[in-house]
Ligand binder design. Structure first.
Ligand SMILES: NC(=O)c1ccc[n+]([C@@H]2O[C@H](COP(=O)([O-])OP(=O)(O)OC[C@H]3O[C@@H](n4cnc5c(N)ncnc54)[C@H](O)[C@@H]3O)[C@@H](O)[C@H]2O)c1
Length: 251
């Protein structure tokens, strides 16, 4: 594979599984030093073993993205060990309740969705930018969701937290627009990953029916787009939410 990311240090939060793992794999195959932040120890260990067998340079940190101390400390450690951070991708996220009307949706679930999906994105972005602004170079990509643009019924915590990620991307990107640091987002429709293994058949059918291509996206398709978005050649694009929805999004 083309070594487009040779010697780039890339943090992939939520990189032990699903989309994040797919992006980490492709980045590693294209020469990046891959640093995975994930809170699932066994998945992280398994992924690091697999990456080692594939001769990918990778290191893992057991980090819960909703925990400020863990995020701050992890980023400082990466800087200390590798001397720089070129790329951050946040793929860590949870779905929470589905097929649940707001009147039945618990406050505790809503708080949890906010903590992981939105506050986690805020913390990673804040502490990575504190390092990146010293060099004035960097690429950030936060994974939102089509539900943050359109809203999915029965998933108020998810839709609201993902809409928050879109606002975060758009606002912060403008703060850094005059540097060589870009901050973009991605709004996938349904992608075949472990995340939707437990989504109810009813909810999944509703989501697929809304996709003109009438199929789920693949992790490889998402990884390909992510690797373009965070490449050096993507230099006149910031504060944008990239689409990967099989034709569902019309804006
Ligand atoms: N799969 C889809 O259909 C789909 C669609 C739109 C958006 N997304 C978004 O893409 C991202 C990745 O989704 P996925 O399908 O790969 O999910 P997944 O469940 O397969 O993988 C998520 C990864 O994030 C990790 N993670 C979860 N909470 C964490 C936390 N608090 N701290 C650290 N790590 C944590 C998990 O351990 C796992 O490795 C999520 O943000 C999700 O909302 C997914």
């Amino acid at each position: 594979m083309d070594q487009k990311f040779s010697n780039k240090v890339a943090i992939i939060a939520g990189g032990a599984g699903g989309i994040g793992k797919g992006v980490a794999l492709r980045l590693g195959q294209e020469g990046a030093i891959v640093v995975i932040f994930d809170f699932n120890q066994s998945l992280l260990d398994q992924t690091l073993i697999e990456f080692k067998q594939r001769k990918i340079k990778a290191k893992g940190f057991l980090i819960d993205v909703s925990d400020e101390g863990q995020v701050q400390n992890g980023i400082l450690q990466v800087k200390k060990e590798f001397g720089k951070i070129d790329i951050l991708i946040n793929s860590a996220g949870i779905v929470g309740p589905t097929s649940t009307k707001i009147t039945e949706y618990s406050n505790a679930d809503f708080d949890k969705l906010y903590q992981v999906n939105l506050k986690g994105s805020f913390l990673l972005t804040k502490y990575v930018l504190q390092e990146m602004e010293k060099s004035g170079n960097g690429r950030l990509l936060l994974i939102s969701s089509i539900s943050g643009k359109e809203g999915n019924p029965g998933m108020v915590g998810y839709s609201a937290s993902k809409a928050g990620v879109i606002g975060l991307v758009k606002g912060v990107a403008k703060e850094y627009a005059e540097t060589n640091i870009t901050i973009n987002g991605l709004a996938p429709a349904v992608i075949k990953t472990p995340m939707n293994e437990n989504t109810s058949a009813e909810q999944l059918a509703y989501m697929i029916a809304k996709i003109p291509m009438k199929r789920l996206g693949t992790i490889e398709e998402v990884a390909a787009l992510c690797c373009f978005v965070i490449s050096d050649e993507n230099s006149f694009s910031t504060g944008f939410i990239y689409d990967i929805s099989g034709g569902r999004a019309t804006y």
